[in-house]
Design a protein around this ligand. Sequence first.
Ligand code: PMT
Length: 314
Amino acid sequence: MSSGSWEEFFAVHLPPTDFEDNRSLLKEFCERHDKYGNRIALVTSGGTTVPLEHNTVRFVDNFSAGTRGSASAEYFLEHGYAVIFMHRQKSLEPYTRHFSGQKLLDMLELDERGPNTTITVKPDSVDVLAPVLARYKAAHSAGALLHVSFTTVSEYFWLLRAACECLARLGPRALLYLAAAVSDFYIPKDRVPTHKMQSASGAPIIQLHLVPKMLAPLVSLWVPNAYVVSFKLETDENLLIPKARAALDKYKHKMVVANLLQTRHHRVILVTPEASQEVLLTREEVHAGVDIEATIVGEIVRLHTEHLGGPSVR
Ligand code: PMT
C-alpha cells in the first residue's frame, strides 16, 4: 500500500489535545535560547505507537526504551547545547535513566524510630547519586532542558513539525538528532474502530498503510538550514550502509547514524556524504558502563562546530 503525502497525513490526523500547550513551551524555549545565540539540539527518543482503536485498548508498538535518546540528551547538555527532549511518554529520560527500576529505592535508607520518619541516601550511594543530581540541577536551573512527550505516531509528527517551526529561527545553530524509533506503518484514522474490538466478531484482519517519510519535508521545508542527523536501524548488516547512504542521497542532510538492533549499544557507524566512521566500545568499556552516546555526540558536536565555522560552545 503506497503512502499518502505528508500534507494529507496532517490534514487527516488532528493535533493532540495538549498540542497548543506544547507549542507555547517550544516557542518560548527557542526564542529564549535564540536571543542568547545558543545552540539547540532537538533529541527525539523512544518508540511511537499505532492505535488499533480510537478508545485505545490495543496498539502496535516497538522495542525502543529510549536508552539512546535519553543518554544523548545528557551529552548534548554537557557540550553546552540547550536540549528539547521529545520523548515517548514513560520511556527513559535524561538523569533519571540512571536510577530506573528499583535502583533508586535501593540507594535509600529508612529510619522509622523516634517521632519523625527520616529517609537518607546510603553512604556508599552518595558518590553515584551526587554527580547525576548535580548535572540534573544544573541543566534545570539554567533552563537548558525542555521535555515534551508523545505516544502515538501522529502525536510524534505534530510535535516534530511544531518543534521544527520554532527551531527554524536558529538557522544552522539548530541540530536535529532523530533517534526515536518511528513507525513506518499505521492505520488511517477512518479505518480505526471507535470502540474496543470484540473477539466475538472473529479474528480481525488489519491492513497497515505506509506512513509518509517526514524527513523529506523536514530537511527541505521545515528546517532547511538546520544540522540534521537521522538514524538508520536494520537487523541485516548487508542492508545497513547501503540504506544509510541511500537516505543521505535522497534527503541531502548531514549524517545518518547507522545501527543494528542486535549490537546498537556498543557499535554504530557515523555515515556522512564524505565518509563512514565506526564507533565501537570494547568489552571492558561495556562492562564498565561506558555510554557509546558520549562518543557519538562528541563527534557530532565536533562536525556541527566545524559546519558553523566557529569554536565549540564549551
Ligand atoms: O531506544 P534504544 O533502545 O536505545 O534504541 C535506539 C534506536 C535503535 C531506536 C536508535 O538508535 C535508532 O536507530 N533510531 C531510529 C530508528 C528508525 O526509525 O529507523 P528507520 O530506519 O525506520 O528510520 C530512519 C529515519 O527515518 C529515522 O531517523 C526516522 O526519524 C525517520 N522516519 C521514519 C519514519 C517516518 N515515517 N518518517 C521518518 O522521517
